[in-house]
Structure formats: structure tokens, C-alpha cells
Design a protein around this ligand. Sequence first.
Ligand SMILES: Cc1ncc(COP(=O)(O)O)c(C=O)c1O
Length: 385
Amino acid sequence: MILSKMESLIPVYKPLINEHTFKAAHDALENGWLGMGSFVGGFEDAFSRFMNCEGRRCVAVATGTAALHLAMLLAGVGPGDEVITPSLNNIGDFQAIKAVGAEPVFCDILEENLGIDCTSAESMVSEKTRAIIGLHYDGIPCDMDGVFRLAEKHNLRVIEDDCHAIGSYINGKHAGNYGDIACFSFDAVKTITCIDGGMIIVNTEEEVNKLHQYRLIGMSQSHKKLYSNSRSWHYDVFDVGFRYHLANLHAAIGLSQLEQIEVILANRRQYCCYYSEHLRDVEGLTIPMSDFANVGPFMYYVRVHNNLRQECIQYLLERGVETGIHWRPGHQFSFFQNNRRAALPVTEMIGEELLSLPMHSIMPDETLDRVVTCLKSFFASRRAA
Ligand SMILES: Cc1ncc(COP(=O)(O)O)c(C=O)c1O
């Protein structure tokens, strides 16, 4: 490492932990009801207000992957079915599809937003296709109009993966309010965190009731009673269920994060703009095609060309800048290598180039400057070589 004594490693992620987090955790623990209770109800209500849900309903669950799994069940996806997803997506999406006995079918993405290419997706529709996933990569809106057109034409359910997209807007509405089932993650590194947590947004009371049972090992326990920190000993079981509920401690932390979300989003947007402004003209690197005005950015990515990504990662790390790769495309994993897929030229190209730079909710100017300076000096050193 070339780190000086004064410099510390800049992590790629850094959760926002402050006095509000400690107070929230303290309050939840002092309350004494550790399972699903009043803080979960409070978190759902606050999230719904933030999202301006207008009749749509929010149900909190344990993780984003749990949200996606339950979304598949709600959408009626089952054994032998197929779900179309961009190959550039999180493993949680692929495993949620597998968990209901169905298969992910991979489609390509558009270079302009790294979101779903609906022409590629349509080429993979078969009589087994039940649903399609629209993912807003890094919160940058994908072509949801195209996804809904496709869904209508082929009678598919739409699952909107908003795990990167809290605070993003599409056509003037929060991403996640677009129409069908939407899933969010509040895992340890997300824009806001519950340490682990997830949320599903749906349209109907019937779906809400199903979700309440699915998340609580199938028990028909009244959520209102639970949200007043008590329970009933009279319940029945009508369907399959999972231990996917959110605990009070996690919800309390999520609630404290949500109270700070406007600052978190404004900061992250500003940091993305800073990166773009300073990296725009660096030869050998491409920045996102977004001004981040309508984006709640989860991260900031660049594309490193000429097969230099691994060298770049090493160079930055030696100078105390950690980076990430989101992600290796799904069709390249052993478990999914035989799954049906479209031609994936953009995914293949971009999968070799993507590099995520440090993105935190609070980043001093010196931190941003150190990242930019290191990255510029890497490309300058390559040009000189
Ligand atoms: C786009 C996307 N979908 C789904 C998930 C899964 O969420 P979780 O980690 O909360 O299970 C993630 C998590 O990183 C994600 O980024």
C-alpha cells in the first residue's frame, strides 16, 4: 500500500450511522417487544408517506430478496414458469425466481441507462413467461413504459426492482409507484438501511393480506394487534409461509434513516454530479449518461475500457480507494449457465467494464477529490506507459 500515515482507506460503502441510529436502536430495545411490532407499522406508514403511495400499500419484510420471493408468489409464478430479467441484475432476483420453482430468462440491457432492453426481452417471451422484472440500475430509471407495454401485450405481471431506486422519479412519480408489484431493499449498504430489511408495494387489500401471512410463517395473526406490540393466540394457517417479517429493532433503524432521507438523497446526487463533472473528460473511461436530477443514486459507476479494470482496481486500492463491481452478469454464473437467454452483447461488454466508486451518504470534499485524483492519475499513468 502507498497510503500515507494520515490517509485511511476510503471504503466503497459506508452506512450512515449517527446519533439518530443509536437513539432508534436504544428506543426499540428499551421498548422490549423485539419481534414485529409498533416500529414496523411506523416504518410502513412513514415509507408510504415518503413514497406518496396514493392508495398503493406497503408491507415490510426481512430483506429485499424476501420481498422479491414473495413478489413471485403474488404474481402467480410457479414451477415450470419463466421470468424475464436483465442478466445485469442482483443474484437475489434470480434466486427469488428459482425459489418458486421457475427459471430466470436473461435479456440484454440498454447502454444509455443499463436498464432492460425491451426488444431483447420481447424476443425471449414464450408460453411459459409469467412475469418480467424492470430494474432501475443505480436508481437510473429503466424503460418502465416499455416494460408495461410488453406486459400488457403478453399478459405478464411486472415486478419493479427498486432496490437501488429509493428517491428516484419516473414521469413525476416515485419509482415503485408505477403500477404493479415493487420491491425495495434496506440491506446494510443501501441508500437507507435497516441493517437488513425490505418493502413490497402492491395495489390490492387481497395482496396485502396474502403478504401478511406469507411473511409470518402463514399465520393469520392480526397485523394491527402486532403493531400494538401484542399478539393473539387464536389464528389459523391457510397457505404456505416464511419467517420473513421485519423486527422492531430493524424497523426503528430504518425509520430513523427515512427521517434523514432528503439530506441523504441530496448529498448523493451532489456527489454523483461531482464525479461526473470531474471524470467527464478522462480518456479510457465512460461516466453514466444521467444528470441524476431524477435519480436517488445508490452508487456511482464508471466504465473502464481497454481491459484495464483489474489494473485500475489494484491501483486505486494501493492508494486507499476501495471500489466494487456491480455485478457479474447472471448468465455467467455456473447455476444459471444453461438458462435461456437472448444475445447479450451490451451486457457482455459492460459486465467487463463496470466499476463502482465510493459512495456514502456523507462524503467530505477531500474524500471525493482523493477518488477523482487517483482515478485520473491511473489513466494518465496508462497513457504515459
Ligand atoms: C437490485 C437488487 N435487487 C435485490 C437485492 C436483494 O436485496 P437484499 O440484499 O436486501 O436481499 C439487491 C441487494 O443488493 C439489489 O441490489
